[in-house]
Ligand binder design. Structure first.
Ligand SMILES: *Cc1c(COP(=O)(O)O)cnc(C)c1O
Length: 360
């Protein structure tokens, strides 16, 4: 067996212990004589899996009782429409646009009502988070929307915006479970799981229960109504059962590791190693304003596209893969999610040092 260090932004690295458990249970899950992939979602065995998965997530994040946890399909992108369809009751919402994902969400909401772009960092290629302490929040806005960690650009909101009393909706796809959060500060907090949690094909939406009503925009499909899934315990139709099971394994792994406070500590140590190197390097440099740097996605460049390409290729030959930056920004990006061990980041930094000596 030969495993690489996978710096992909998503689908991304999963903990090796979890992958091993999945392999061990592939042919016979817990004495059922079948794989979870083959199991009815109405079976007692699967009900136990989804219940345990939800319970462990609630424990990890300290989710208050007045929030529902929904396991939904359609990825994070489906939420871009589902959110306005369900909670844009005045048909007004304010969006803070800090990258491609926030921009897509903003554009989608514009189909359903008046989406206001109240702040943006597009003027400097989304390399910073705008000051959100006193924004012109619309008096009739149904919510204020952010993308909390910008996967492509490598920025993170370290302070939540002042929403002036409006509900906050946050896409946390690429920082999900990377640190403790106060769920009560959000109306909806959601993430596609393929970045920091599990396999592709599912989004977890944590939503305050007063927002789950039949009062949705006319024409909203049954499948895109939060109430449908909340009333059915995420089992209205066949869910992504295997993905729920894998996420449950990852939640158990996170609990064994010491929970989200411990993950934050580890993530800070890993990111510091890489950022400190970038700050002292003569060849490589980070592209993001220091105060807004993400712990999860670290973009960097040499300033020479040919040198960038040479680096990505040479790194891959050493088993350091998927370091190419997003097609919209170029350069490199190292995604160092929860499941990336310190050793992976150390190996990357050692390789960058060597490459710098040989190419400076
Ligand atoms: C990847 C990503 C998305 C899109 O996720 P899909 O599951 O592919 O729809 C949305 N938001 C953020 C922040 C992401 O990183």
């Amino acid at each position: 067996m030969s495993r690489v260090y996978n710096f992909s932004a998503g689908p991304a690295v999963l903990p090796e212990e979890v992958l091993q458990e999945l392999a061990d249970e592939m042919m016979d899950y817990n004495g059922t004589g079948m794989s979870v992939m083959e199991m009815s979602h109405r079976s007692a065995a699967f009900q136990d899996i989804i219940d345990t998965t939800e319970r462990d997530l609630r424990e990890l994040m300290g989710i208050p009782d007045n929030y529902k946890v929904l396991f939904l399909q359609g990825g994070a992108s489906q939420q871009f429409a589902m959110i306005p369809m369900n909670i844009m009751r005045n048909r007004v919402a304010d969006y803070i646009v800090t990258g491609q994902w926030a921009k897509k969400a903003y554009e989608e909401a514009s189909k359903y009502g008046k989406a206001n772009k109240i702040a943006s960092s597009e003027d400097r290629t989304f390399s910073y988070i705008p000051d959100c302490s006193d924004l012109p929040v619309s008096p009739d806005a149904d919510y204020v929307y952010i993308c909390e960690n910008n996967t492509i650009y490598g920025t993170k909101f370290w302070t939540l915006p002042n929403t002036k009393g409006k509900d906050l909706v946050s896409d946390v796809s690429s920082c999900f479970l990377s640190e403790p959060v106060d769920v009560s500060k959000y109306a909806i907090i959601y993430g596609g799981v393929q970045k920091n949690v599990g396999p592709a094909g599912m989004v977890i939406t944590i939503i305050r229960d007063d927002l789950i009503t039949d009062n949705v925009l006319p024409g909203t499909p049954t499948m895109l109504t939060y109430k449908t899934h909340a009333d059915a315990g995420s089992l209205y139709n066949t869910p992504n059962a295997y993905c729920i099971y894998v996420c449950g394994k990852v939640f158990k792994w996170l609990k064994r590791m010491g929970g989200l406070a411990e993950m934050k500590k580890r993530n800070e140590e890993k990111a510091k190693l890489l950022y400190d190197f970038l700050d002292g390097s003569k060849l490589f440099k980070g592209t993001v304003e220091k105060k807004d740097r993400s712990l999860m996605n670290v973009p960097f460049i040499t300033g020479d596209t040919q040198m960038d390409a040479k680096f990505v290729k040479a790194a891959a030959a050493e088993g350091l893969v998927n370091l190419k930056g997003h097609r919209s920004v170029g350069g490199m990006r190292a995604s160092i999610y929860n499941a990336m061990p310190m050793k992976g980041v150390q190996t990357l930094v050692d390789f960058m040092k060597k490459f710098e000596e040989e190419n400076a």
